[in-house]
Write a protein that binds this ligand. Structure first.
Ligand code: FE2
Length: 247
C-alpha cells in the first residue's frame, strides 16, 4: 500500500513485507454473493499516500474509558449469554508489539442479533447489551475485552446461510494507512467451513489465523472463559482483512 516517503526520518514507517499469495481474500469470490457486485472491474489505481494518512490519527488515553473494554457493564442488568474474556497482542510485520493503539470491536448478542436498524433477524435484542467496545493496547501490545459470546445468525447470501459466531475487530496500527478490519471466530465452530467470508481466504493457514484459541491462562474461575486472538498488521503473518466488510 504505502511506501516510505523520502527524508521523513521516522523509523516506524520502514517498508513492510507483503503477505504471501492466497493469504488475503480475493475481491471477487462468487460463493460470497455480494462480492460479485462489489469487486472492481478495472485494475486498481494506487493513490499516493499523504502524510496525514501515514502519521495519524493518534489515539491517546483520552480516547477510551476503562469501562469501554467491558461490554457487560453498560446497563443495570447483566446481559444474557456466556461471559467470555477476549485478549491478545497486536504485532507489526516484524513481530514487534504495537503499543497504545486503538482496538475496537462490535458483535451480535448471544441470540445472534445486532442492535442496529438494518438487522431484522427474528431474534431478541438484549436491553443489557449494546455490542461494541474499545480499548488501547498496553506497552507490550496487549488488549483485553470482557464480553458475551455472540450467537450465529442467518444471512441472505444463499439458502440456509448462517454466519459462524464472530466478533468484528478494527485496529488502527500507527495510521489510517495501516488500519485493519477483520473478524475473530471461535474454535470448533461447525459453521466455519460453510462460511463464504471465511472461505474467501484461499490459504488454510491464513484462514486459521482468524480463529481464536481457548485459553486456560486467561479463563477466570467462576467468571468467564478465555479466548486468545493475536493480530498481525502487516507482513507474512498478516491477519487476513475484511476489505471493509462490516456485516
Ligand atoms: Fe457480523
Amino acid at each position: 500500500m504505502t511506501s516510505r516517503p523520502r527524508n521523513l526520518g521516522t523509523p516506524q514507517l520502514v517498508g513492510y513485507r507483503k503477505p504471501d499469495r492466497g493469504t488475503q481474500p480475493d475481491f471477487l469470490y462468487p460463493p460470497y454473493v455480494s462480492t460479485i457486485k462489489r469487486s472492481p472491474r478495472e485494475p486498481l489505481v494506487m493513490l499516493p499516500a499523504s502524510l496525514s494518512e501515514i502519521t495519524g490519527p493518534l489515539f491517546g488515553p483520552e480516547s477510551t474509558k476503562p469501562e469501554d473494554s467491558d461490554l457487560t457493564c453498560h446497563a443495570e442488568g447483566e446481559p444474557i449469554g456466556e461471559r467470555i474474556i477476549v485478549s491478545g497482542r497486536v504485532l507489526d510485520g516484524n513481530g514487534r508489539a504495537v503499543p497504545h493503539t486503538l482496538v475496537e470491536i462490535w458483535q451480535a448478542n448471544a441470540a445472534g442479533r445486532y442492535r442496529h436498524r438494518n438487522d431484522q433477524h427474528d431474534a431478541p435484542l438484549d436491553p443489557n447489551f449494546h455490542g461494541w467496545g474499545r480499548t488501547l493496547t498496553d506497552a507490550d501490545g496487549n488488549y483485553r475485552f470482557v464480553t458475551i459470546k455472540p450467537g450465529a445468525y442467518p444471512w441472505k447470501n444463499s439458502h440456509n446461510a448462517w454466519r459462524p459466531a464472530h466478533i468484528h475487530f478494527s485496529l488502527f496500527g500507527a495510521a489510517f494507512a495501516t488500519r485493519l478490519v477483520t473478524q475473530m471466530y471461535f474454535p470448533g465452530d461447525p459453521l466455519l467451513d460453510a462460511d463464504p467470508m471465511f472461505g474467501s481466504i484461499p490459504d488454510e493457514n491464513a484462514r486459521r489465523r482468524l480463529v481464536s484459541t481457548f485459553d486456560w491462562q486467561t479463563t477466570v474461575p467462576e467468571q468467564a472463559l478465555g479466548f486468545r486472538f493475536d493480530i498481525v498488521l502487516r507482513g507474512r503473518d498478516e491477519t487476513p482483512t475484511e476489505g471493509g466488510l462490516t456485516r
